[in-house]
Design a protein around this ligand. Structure first.
Ligand code: ADP
Length: 738
């Protein structure tokens, strides 16, 4: 019984105890669950925090690092955990870092936030703000440290930029001559910077903290207030100028009023006194310049007028001289063709020589005036280079022989036979140099050399040398030789004649021909004159088959050496330019073969010429050529004569009383039907540039300038009267230059 009771009591006790323990067990279970939950959440928060965490033990060994920390460092967790945290700083700083860490752990130094820069393995930089916190055990002893890192890279960048801007601005304000003001709406200066030490008005201290009312003159203040009001609404800059007077005088300022925000505005003040003075000066200079320009312009007009008058005078003079010269030369030629006593012939030849040199002088003066007026045009025609040079030499052969001089010519065989350029002008330069060489040499020889210098695809350069054993030229005179009217011996007792124009003209011509001219000479030892010219290659033009003789063909040119039967040797054949970029090129005959056939009989020429002597000369020349001719004295009569009778050509003087040659030509042309064309050749003493063009423009076909010799006339007639060459033999064309 007692055992049973004991057993019942034991069971009851167990039940009671069980009952009593149930809530405690539940609670422990709950706590275990809560515990496990807290641990997970805390771990999650650590790992996903936006701040980098790095927990280290007392020795500084990394126990754990969260994701953010790894990202900031640019390392994997496995590369961080277990390492000493000092290994994460640059090697040079490690020792110091370790020591500091120990001191911080032991509480020797206060834990204050600091910034550090980290370079990731990929080279990118990150700026971190570090916060440190000691980890303690339950007993409160430090067992480690948590290092929290906040990424401040962007913030640092903007701070750096702001710092840089501030530094730059500071430097700018120091160098800035303008005064910078920030003001409120009441006109009180909130900030003043910059300014100029040299100008006390622009000192920032003068403005700082004060109101503009206390500083600016009343009128200026009103202007500024208005401008500020305007700027606030328009949001665009306004400029105000004002003057401040002080003991030193008055100074002018410019204030730029700029918007900032509704309550504040900016003003930039600058002293513009000097600038205004400069502007004023510039204005004066400009006015002066304008006045000078006007004066210059009127001077240019006057000069132009004077030049025009000079040209006019020269043209007139040339006309007036050439007309009687034509008479003198023509008549002397005829006189020399008659039976004369020895004495009479000598006189007549003297007259001819004097007339020739007078004509040469007129030609030189005309050339010079043409060059001065920029009116000398160069021809570009194909011509026989070698024979042109030879021909010029043969012209002087007689003179050289008469003086007992040896005249030598050496032309390089590598020079092409033909060239393209202005043969007339080339001949003129050569003639000048050869003439001088013979003139200034009493014994010995004159030698000409022609040789190639260089070439391009289309052109070649040739050097001409004329060397003599004459009197020579002192060095001191070399420089001026090529200037107009310069002669080494300009005394009144000088032995040699001349004008001093030849070399000046030659220099100009050579330069226009694309070359240079020079001299080497010593007194008593002779002179060596040389010049170069640039010539076109004649192969640039091709020779087509001769077209039928027509007006246009007659206006064009003859080949130099036509490879055709003799019977047609004098038919004009144009040379067709191949290069289209040279539209002005045309070819013309330079040298003609002696005539091989007579002019067809029954040709009749009309001469319109008012000067009686010249009329007689022309008639006589035509008679010599075996042609019939009528003469009239003015344009009106010429028009009537042409209407009455059939002529093969008209030789038309340009200046005639009543109706002149131009008008007469126009009338004749207007009356011509389509199928008819009467060749009209101007015969004029006008030899200025443009006269030829004027004649052609008036409807004439050709142009002959007086004095006209038999040869020139024959050539012209051959060009215009179909049927063959002239009868008369060639005569010297000395001095007859167009
Ligand atoms: P001009 O011969 O008409 O006087 P130029 O211009 O041709 O004019 O020559 C100018 C001057 O140069 C001549 O007067 C002469 O003094 C000098 N001169 C030119 N050529 C020679 C030369 N070959 N020998 C010596 N002197 C020369």
């Amino acid at each position: 019984m007692g055992f049973l009771l004991f057993s019942v009591c034991f069971v009851l006790l167990i039940l009671v105890v069980n009952h009593l323990r149930r809530p405690a067990r539940r609670r422990a279970h709950q706590l275990a669950i809560a515990d496990s939950f807290d641990g997970d959440v805390a771990g999650d928060l650590f790992d996903t925090a936006p701040v980098g965490y790095l927990d280290v033990d007392r020795a500084g060994i990394v126990l754990r690092a969260n994701r953010r920390q790894c990202k900031l460092l640019g390392l994997q967790a496995s590369e961080v955990i277990g390492k000493h945290c000092a290994d994460l700083v640059p090697e040079s700083e490690r020792g110091r870092y370790r020591e500091q860490l120990l001191r911080r752990m032991s509480g020797q130094i206060a834990l204050v936030p600091y910034q550090r820069e980290h370079i990731r393995p990929d080279g990118s930089k990150v700026s971190m703000e570090m916060h440190e916190q000691l980890l303690r055990n339950e007993a409160g002893a430090a067992v480690g440290m948590r290092l929290s890192a906040i990424d401040v890279t962007e913030r640092k960048k903007s701070e750096d930029a702001a710092y840089q801007t501030a530094t730059e601005l500071r430097a700018l304000f120091q160098a800035f001559p303008d005064l910078f003001l920030r003001l409120n709406r009441e006109g009180t200066v909130l900030d003043a910077k910059g300014g100029q030490r040299s100008d006390p008005f622009l000192a920032p201290e003068k403005f700082a903290g004060r109101n503009l009312k206390q500083i600016l003159p009343a009128a200026a203040l009103e202007q500024v207030q208005q401008a500020e009001e305007k700027v606030r609404h328009s949001n665009a800059m306004e400029i105000v100028d004002f003057t401040v007077a002080d003991r030193a005088g008055s100074q002018t300022y410019e204030m730029r009023v700029l918007p900032m925000d509704w309550d504040q505005w900016i003003a930039i003040v600058r002293n513009i006194t000097a600038r205004n003075a400069d502007e004023q000066k510039l204005k004066q200079y400009a006015q002066e310049l304008e006045r000078k320009n006007e004066e210059l312009e009127s001077a240019v007009i006057t000069t132009r007028e004077a030049t025009r008058m000079k040209s006019r005078f020269l043209a007139n003079m040339s006309h007036e001289i050439r007309t009687p010269m034509n008479g003198v030369l023509g008549m002397t030629d005829f006189l020399l063709g008659t039976e004369l006593t020895g004495e009479q012939r000598e006189y007549a030849e003297s007259i001819k020589r004097s007339a020739d040199s007078l004509l040469g002088l007129v030609n030189d003066i005309l050339d010079l005036s043409r060059i001065e007026a920029g009116k000398l045009r160069m021809e570009r025609v194909v011509f026989p280079l070698r024979s042109t040079v030879e021909e010029t030499g043969s012209f002087f052969a007689k003179q050289a022989r008469a003086k007992g001089l040896e005249l030598q010519t050496s032309i390089s065989s590598s020079l092409p036979r033909d060239a393209m350029g202005d043969p007339g002008r080339l001949r003129q330069v050569l003639t000048n140099l050869l003439g001088n060489a013979i003139k200034f040499t009493e014994r010995g020889r004159v030698q000409r050399t022609v040789e190639p210098v260089s070439q391009t695809k289309d052109t070649f350069k040739v050097r001409f040398v004329v060397q003599d054993t004459g009197i020579g030229i002192p060095h001191s005179a070399h420089d001026q030789l090529f200037e107009s009217f310069t002669q080494v011996d300009d005394s009144s007792t000088r032995k040699y004649g001349g004008t001093g124009l030849g070399l000046a003209i030659s220099k100009q011509l050579v330069e226009m021909l694309g070359g240079e001219i020079g001299v080497e000479s010593e007194p008593g030892r002779g002179s060596r004159f040389w010049f170069t010219v640039s010539l076109g290659k004649a192969s640039m033009v091709e020779r087509p088959a001769p077209p039928p003789v027509s007006r246009t063909a007659q206006m064009a040119a003859k080949p130099v050496e036509p490879a055709r039967p003799a019977a047609s040797a004098h038919e004009p054949v144009p040379l067709k330019p191949v290069a289209v970029s040279k539209p002005a090129i045309h070819a013309k005959p330079v040298e003609q073969q002696p005539p091989t056939s007579a002019l067809a009989p029954n040709r009749r020429i009309l001469i319109a010429e008012d000067n009686e002597i010249n009329q007689r000369i022309a008639l006589r020349l035509l008679q010599k050529l075996g042609l019939d001719a009528d003469a009239v004295v003015n344009g009106k009569e010429a028009v009537e004569a042409v209407a009455k009778r059939k002529y093969d050509l008209v030789l038309m003087d340009c200046q005639m009383p009543g109706m002149d040659g131009f008008e007469a030509t126009a009338v004749i042309r207007s009356r011509e039907g389509k199928g008819r064309h009467l060749p009209i050749c101007a015969l004029t003493a006008n030899a200025m540039e443009g006269d030829r063009e004027r004649c052609l423009a008036a409807g004439m076909d050709d142009y002959l300038s007086k004095p006209v010799g038999l040869e020139k006339l024959r050539e012209a007639l051959e060009r215009w009267i179909p049927g063959g060459g002239a009868l008369a033999p060639k005569t010297s064309a000395a001095g007859f230059r167009n």
